[in-house]
Design a protein around this ligand. Structure first.
Ligand SMILES: Cc1cc2nc3c(=O)[nH]c(=O)nc-3n(C[C@H](O)[C@H](O)[C@H](O)COP(=O)(O)O)c2cc1C
Length: 349
């Protein structure tokens, strides 16, 4: 099916705005947090381990990762985005991290922009994730467009992002979400790669996770509340005072990341699960894994570092890795699986 003609420039401008606003303005959740501060690891005063032998490798969707980290989906479609994607992919290859690119809709609308996403040659060995908004399935997109973005990226899997609040606040947002579950089911059955369902910072409930699993989704990225607030980002972009007000009213909407992880893991013990939304250091990553996530995604911290320099990105990843390893050492665990042992993480009352 052909994609209806829309103004390609509008999508490209929006992508540039998103980068500018996320880099220059405070668009994090106002008061709500990811909820991980309500947990504390039990300190082990005698680990009986050599810190240098601690192993933070893990498997996810068939790839070996050097650390349980995903560079969350962010960008593409502009020259600045190309530079950021290039830096992120180089880093991901070096440390064997997973990486998502931003929504590739802009490259479907304007194929000339495809190279701003094309990072596979820089990162031949990483778990690389394509990205489209699920709502586009109601606006002319289907199997063909999904296959095209997967092929263009040489991706291992496709993320379908679910962003109803963002679309409500976005000027001329796409707000017809009717019948999407059926369409997602069709895609899961027909695409040759796994499909991952992801929010963008408002969280996925256990009930929704169950529905998504029932229609064939392979993995879930909770993208919970507590980090970058897309209501705030779109509110900053909007010229219309009504849209600005809407974004401000819903600035703190959503389910905290910690709650999404625990509730989804309780009903889906084996689904590959990504924790994200507000994670800012390796201690939080380790808590998310102890709560049941397999790996953890960060967007905003990687964006800030990538826009600064390659050295800033290296520093960030080395800090994250050292923090995760320090949690393992100081809880007496030799690897990530041990973090799930009973009594390793306590919920504070
Ligand atoms: C500049 C920017 C652009 C983003 N664009 C996308 C996108 O195109 N598709 C998507 O699924 N998520 C997108 N996100 C959302 C992130 O992947 C993530 O879910 C969200 O920002 C919460 O994570 P954080 O608190 O670590 O930033 C974007 C985030 C940022 C910062």
């Amino acid at each position: 099916m052909a994609v209806p003609p829309i103004a390609p420039l509008e999508t490209q401008t929006r992508k540039a705005d998103h980068l500018r606003i996320c880099l220059d303005q405070d668009v994090q959740f106002l008061r709500k947090t990811h909820g991980l501060e309500r947990y504390r690891f039990t300190h082990c005063c005698l680990p009986e381990l050599d810190r240098d032998q601690i192993d933070i490798d893990t498997n996810f969707l068939g790839r070996r990762l050097g650390a349980p980290l995903l560079i969350s989906s962010m960008t593409g479609g502009t020259e600045q985005a190309r530079l950021i994607n290039t830096r992120l992919a180089t880093l991901a290859q070096q440390h064997r991290l997973a990486m998502g690119v931003g929504s590739q809709r802009v490259a479907i609308e304007n194929p000339e922009l495809t190279p701003t996403f094309a990072v596979r040659s820089l990162a031949p060995d990483i778990l690389l994730l394509a990205n489209l908004g699920a709502v586009q399935l109601n606006y002319g997109y289907g199997l063909e467009q999904c296959q095209r973005v997967i092929d263009a990226l040489e991706a291992d899997a496709l993320i379908l992002h679910l962003n109803p609040l963002q679309e409500c606040v976005q000027t001329r947002g796409d707000t017809n979400f009717k019948g999407l579950l059926n369409k997602i089911e069709g895609l899961c059955a027909q695409l040759p790669v796994p499909v991952i369902a992801k929010e963008v910072g408002n969280g996925i409930s256990a009930a929704m996770a169950q529905k998504l699993i029932n229609v064939g989704i392979t993995a879930i990225d909770v993208a919970g509340a507590g980090g970058t607030s897309w209501a705030r980002v779109e509110s900053e972009r909007a010229n219309d005072p009504k849209q600005r007000r809407l974004g401000n009213t819903f600035a703190d909407w959503g389910m905290p990341t910690a709650e999404c992880i625990t509730t989804i893991r309780a009903i889906a013990p084996v689904i590959p699960l990504i924790a994200s939304g507000g994670l800012r250091n390796g201690l939080e990553v380790a808590k998310a894994i102890a709560l049941g996530a397999d790996i953890a995604g960060l967007a905003w911290p990687f964006l800030q570092a990538a826009s600064e320099s390659e050295a800033a990105l290296q520093e960030l990843v080395e800090a994250l890795i050292a923090e995760i390893a320090t949690v393992l050492f100081c809880t007496g665990k030799a690897n990530l699986i041990g973090l799930r042992d009973a009594n390793t993480l306590q919920r504070l009352v």
